[in-house]
Structure formats: C-alpha cells, structure tokens
Design a protein around this ligand. Structure first.
Ligand code: C2E
Ligand code: MG
Ligand code: MG
Ligand code: MG
Length: 290
C-alpha cells in the first residue's frame, strides 16, 4: 500500500532517514530520563554534572571566576558533548529544567568557593542560558529564589546569552536585561562575532561582558585581518565599558598577543580545561593559596 501511495517516490524508504529519526527519538527519551534522574528530589542516578572552567585576568594571571559547562554521562554511550544534545534539549523544551539545575548547582558551588577562597574581588560564575530559557516566563522569579536560597550576591553571577537570542526578540531581551541589571546580575554576550552583530544594538543593551568567539582566537597571529578584528572587539569593549573575555586560549603566544591588545580576560585549555567541582577545588588550592 505504501508503494502505491508514494508513486515511485522511494525517498520515504531511505533507511538512513529512518535510522536518523530513530536515533533522535532515542536521544530525546534518554535526555528525558537523564533529566528526571538528575533533577528530581529523589534523584538517585544523576547523569548530568557541572564542570567548571576558570577565567583568568590576562594582566595578572589571577583567577577571576568560572564558566559552568554541563556534562552528560550517558549510562551506555559514555560522555556526550553539549554540542550534541543542547539543540535537541532546546527543541523539546527539556533545556529549561536542565539549565535551571545547572544554574542552581553552579550558584551553590560558587558560594562554597567564595567562602573557601575569599578574594578582594569575589569569584564569579558564568552560566549559559539557552534562548528558550531566557524568554521563559518565571525566569526572574526562579533567579531570585536561587539567589535567596544560596545566599549568593547577584553581582557575582553572570548569565551568558548569544547575539541571536537578543536579535530574536529585542524588546523582550531589553526587558529581561533590565531586570537582571536591577538585581546586579551581570549579562555576557557569548560567542561574540559569530552572530549577526549589530553595533547599533550593542550600546543600547546593558551587557557587562563580551566574549570573543574562539574561532577568532584560534587564528591569532596567523592572519592580519583576523587580528584586526580581535583588536576592534577589544576596543569596542573599552568604548562601551564592557569587559572582554577571549575564549579558547590554547597557547602562550595567544596570551602574549591578547596582552598586547589589552584584552582583559582569557579562558581556554592553556589556562585550564573544564573540571568537575572536586578537581577544581584542588586546582584552586594550588592556584590561590599555593
Ligand atoms: P560556550 O558557551 O562557548 O562554552 C565554551 C566552550 O568552549 C566549552 O565547550 C568549552 O569546553 C570549550 N573550550 C574552552 N576552552 C577551550 C579551548 O581552549 N579550546 C577549545 N577548542 N575549546 C575550548 P563545551 O563544554 O563542549 O560546550 C559547548 C557549548 O554548549 C557551550 O559553548 C554552550 O553554548 C553550550 N553549553 C554548555 N553548557 C551549557 C548549559 O548548561 N546550558 C546551555 N544552555 N548551554 C550550555
Ligand atoms: Mg559560554
Ligand atoms: Mg554559550
Ligand atoms: Mg562561547
């Protein structure tokens, strides 16, 4: 029957399409199960964990704070990269409970590190928010409850969103950013330079930080035009009074170049890979007190 309906259009029988759909469905189910196992009150077999990557001052080589990065330990498939599941989590809405769990976990961890490692400027935590979560009603109430529950000073929390999220709905984004600012929670523009950067909106949105996408840092010192772009972004940060973080710093040469360009902060494998909370505590004991 299928044959007569498709009229010789054999596309519908393409086995690779079938495999793809099946795999996707499987991943979606696994994701749902993993979120329940991790976030429900009786969570007994958490599959997600939060890793932390330190962000350094380039001038002083001191740790300024961290970025929280989710990791999924799948019981059969092993570690799955966020690159491979964030998009599906967004499409299915599962990203909201996941992002919230990451946010809360990271706030508790930061509070503990701030107590253990007091600094003249307290350590900070950057947390990625998906667009779906950023525009979800109730985010501000959730944020308030997390700040209250953890006792964290809002000014030490940073939320990272991308340019495309802002562009999606500039009016709603402005309202959200204002509400963050009212709580002194900082806003970072992530992967800067890869989206539809519009200089006209940049100065009207209260971002505290620009994070230069790692594709630009990777090419530092290899191509003059690329270096000029990085220089322009750092200067833009100066003009707009925004901090600038270079993402994906992998070599000492890149650090030297960023220093020459007066880039404030750097994050990348050269400084440290993302680590779980325990490993990061060990790292901090060596880096801060040692
Ligand atoms: P991102 O926000 O741009 O995070 C930085 C990514 O660069 C991380 O990838 C980090 O591990 C990687 N990275 C750091 N230093 C280096 C380096 O020197 N070289 C290279 N090649 N890579 C480096 P990761 O952890 O795989 O995360 C990928 C993306 O997934 C993140 O990009 C972020 O957009 C998203 N993501 C991660 N965690 C969350 C989360 O909790 N919620 C949401 N909504 N998105 C998340
Ligand atoms: Mg980020
Ligand atoms: Mg991001
Ligand atoms: Mg980024």
């Amino acid at each position: 029957r299928a044959k007569s309906r498709s009229q010789g259009n054999y596309e519908v029988f393409d086995p690779s399409m079938y495999t793809y759909a099946l795999k996707r469905l499987q991943l979606e189910n696994d994701l749902r199960r993993a979120i329940v196992r991790t976030t429900s009150p009786e969570a007994t077999q958490p599959e997600f964990s939060v890793y932390y990557q330190p962000i350094f001052s380039i001038a002083t080589q001191q740790i300024e704070g961290f970025e929280a990065l989710v990791r999924w330990q799948h019981p059969e498939k092993g570690t799955i990269s966020p690159v491979d599941f964030i998009a599906i989590a967004e499409e299915t809405g599962l990203i909201v409970p996941l992002d919230r769990w990451v946010l809360k976990t990271a706030c508790y961890q930061l509070r503990a590190w701030q107590a253990q490692f007091p600094m003249p400027a307290p350590l900070t935590m950057s947390v990625n928010l998906s667009g779906k979560h950023f525009y979800q009603p109730g985010l501000i109430e959730f944020l308030d409850s997390v700040l209250e529950e953890t006792g964290l000073d809002g000014s030490t929390l940073k939320l990272e969103i991308t340019e495309s999220i802002v562009i999606e709905n500039t009016e709603a984004a402005a309202v959200m950013l204002k509400q963050l600012r009212d709580r002194k929670v900082q806003a970072c523009l992530d992967d800067f330079g890869t989206g539809y950067s519009s200089l006209s909106y940049l100065h009207s949105f209260p971002f505290n930080t620009l994070k230069i996408d790692r594709s630009f840092i990777k090419q530092l010192g290899m191509e003059e035009e690329n270096d000029e772009i990085v220089k322009a972004i750092v200067n833009l940060g100066l003009i707009l009074r925004m901090n600038v973080v270079a993402e994906g710093v992998e070599t000492p040469e890149q650090v030297a170049q960023l220093k020459d360009l007066n880039c404030h902060y750097g994050q990348g494998y050269w400084f440290s890979r993302p680590m779980n909370g325990e490993a990061m505590t060990e790292f901090l004991l060596g880096a801060i007190e040692g």
